[in-house]
Ligand binder design. Structure first.
Ligand code: ZN
Length: 378
């Protein structure tokens, strides 16, 4: 498949950069060639992009897609002035435990399909609404098609446990049951969830089982999450809303990506993280949707890009890059998030001449077609 007559082609490749009047060739699910002069002898299917933009598929590196029910009433109450706390998670835990595996899988599949329609070709998902050994393992197992699954038993302490007992369970029997079904381990390090000492103990146990950490850090208030993420070599510190200069320095001098989740601040009417400060300090930034029923019930990355540009002082170039290449970096993946030869042929054709329109035309459905592994998905 050759896509030609591309108005703007965002490759995220340091050598190729952003091309105009370009073409891209997909072969066997991968990018085979990118450029402006179509090689002689190119045959096969051809798609005329008509001057539209083509970008890498979005890499949504932070999601909570295995759950039952919703919390629309809680959202409405919050919009009337009630604050967001970590405690609301328990509502979804009760619904998730009560749901059949078939119902959970159907909801998960629905969300992955919804994300794909808005240009997301890779999603990560976490457990964290089961909080028993069996329910956590079930959450990870049913998300099996995904390469990036994260064990988040340490989402919140369920009501039937004391904090100490639960931490013991998470880093022992629950981790043993879940580690074979996950690539990552995560902890919600926050007041009302897990403190620094508990976070470090759980992540260290996960590392010993072959998992790589990522941390929900500094979302609702300043805390030790960012520093622990850097100290333990986490792939990503997620949220990073309340950070000190020392936190920003630590991130800048590490391989830990700062994953910003503006859907959460939007849906909780909270202060946005300062992306400009992080980028100017040299921190690698990713943008993700944080799809979950409590604090950010969206799968829509173009929406997050528009907020990041308007409210977090990112440029349109930076925001699109953070939602593609940045997401790939947060998942330590080199096969996605860019469109250079050898990359997976995951790409989006926009109903616009450039990627800038994603922020410039907020709320407009600009995703015209999506390719995953070189296949047309709609
Ligand atoms: Zn999250």
């Amino acid at each position: 498949m050759l896509i030609d007559n591309i108005g703007t082609l965002v490759t995220n490749d340091p050598e190729l950069g952003t091309l105009h009047d370009a073409a891209i060739l997909f072969e066997d699910g991968k990018v085979a060639w990118v450029g402006t002069k179509i090689p002689q002898g190119t045959s096969g299917k051809r798609l005329d992009a008509g001057g539209r933009a083509v970008i890498p598929g979005f890499v949504d590196s932070h999601g909570h897609l295995v759950f039952a029910g919703d919390r629309a009433e809680e959202f409405a109450a919050r919009m009337e002035g009630r604050p967001y706390t970590a405690g609301g998670i328990k509502t979804t835990v009760a619904a998730t435990r009560a749901a059949s595996t078939e119902a959970l899988r159907a909801n998960f599949d629905r969300l992955v399909a919804e994300a794909l329609r808005s240009g997301t070709t890779t999603v990560e998902t976490k457990s964290g609404y089961g909080l028993t050994v069996l329910d956590e393992r079930r959450s990870l197992e049913l998300a099996h098609p995904l390469q990036d699954r994260t064990f988040l038993g340490a989402h919140v302490v369920p009501p039937e446990h004391t904090a100490d007992d639960y931490v013991h369970l998470v880093k022992g029997e629950m981790l043993d049951a879940c580690a074979p079904h996950a690539r990552w381990i995560d902890v919600f390090c926050e007041d009302g969830a897990f403190d620094g000492e508990q976070t470090r103990a759980i992540l260290t146990a996960g590392i010993a089982k072959g998992l790589t950490p990522r941390v929900h850090a500094n979302q609702l208030a300043h805390g030790p999450g960012v520093q622990i993420a850097v100290e333990l070599g986490a792939a990503s510190a997620d949220h990073c809303t309340h950070t000190t200069d020392a936190d920003v320095d630590a991130l800048a001098n590490s391989d830990t990506v700062a994953t910003l989740l503006p859907g959460a601040e939007f849906s909780t009417r909270a202060q946005y993280p300062d992306a400009r400060r992080l980028i100017d300090a040299g921190v690698t930034v990713a943008l993700a949707a944080d799809c979950n029923p409590g604090s950010s019930y969206t799968t829509n990355i173009p929406f997050c890009i528009a907020i990041a540009v308007r409210e977090m002082r990112m440029t349109p170039d930076e925001a699109v890059r953070a939602a593609t290449l940045g997401g790939a970096q947060a998942l330590r993946r080199t096969d996605i998030g860019h469109l250079a030869p050898g990359a997976r042929a995951d790409a989006v054709v926009l109903e616009a001449p450039s990627h800038i329109h994603l922020a410039y035309r907020p709320g407009v459905p600009l995703v015209r077609s999506v390719f995953k592994d070189g296949r047309y998905m709609g």
